[in-house]
Design a protein around this ligand. Structure first.
Ligand code: RB5
Length: 145
């Protein structure tokens, strides 16, 4: 599986740890940075990550900021991106199983790195259940009436 990661300055260490975990588990990883803690605007990083997924250069993404809130709001403006803000392994599991989420969002100032890795492992190993959830997921990208 091809994964793409991006963060703002508030989650550089977490992103780097998650990139290592993904490589260790056989993923092909594109890391969009940043590599330093210099301030960057989280919507810009969300835009970059969405472009990589929507152009089919990656299958899944990890998108981080201080809370995970800003990046998830921006990423979800793109039809085809299903970004889930996750806080624990239960929400990580349900994001894949029920929502077919393709972008895992977390907060570098909210979770510790071991918890973030546990969430990533659950997200990475959980398949979409389909069935009744497929109908609901199809409705996510429909234009509001
Ligand atoms: C940056 O200071 C912070 O606002 C950002 O990382 C994020 O938490 C926004 O949602």
């Amino acid at each position: 599986m091809r994964w793409v990661l991006a963060s703002d300055h508030a989650a550089v260490d977490m992103r780097q740890a998650l990139a290592v975990w993904l490589k260790d588990h056989g993923a092909v990883v594109t890391d969009l940075g940043p590599q330093t803690a210099d301030s960057v605007d989280y919507p810009d990083k969300a835009n970059e990550l969405a472009a990589v997924i929507l152009s089919h250069q990656a299958d899944f993404g990890v998108l981080l900021c201080g809370t995970g809130i800003g990046v998830s709001i921006r990423a979800n403006r793109y039809p085809g991106i299903r970004a889930a803000l996750v806080h624990d392994t239960n929400t990580a599991h349900l994001a894949r199983a029920h929502n077919n989420a393709n972008v895992l969002c977390m907060g570098g100032r909210v979770l510790d790195i071991p918890t973030a890795i546990a969430c990533l492992e659950t997200f990475y190993t959980t398949d979409f259940e389909g069935g009744r959830h497929a109908r609901r997921v199809e409705k996510l990208d429909k234009k509001p009436e």
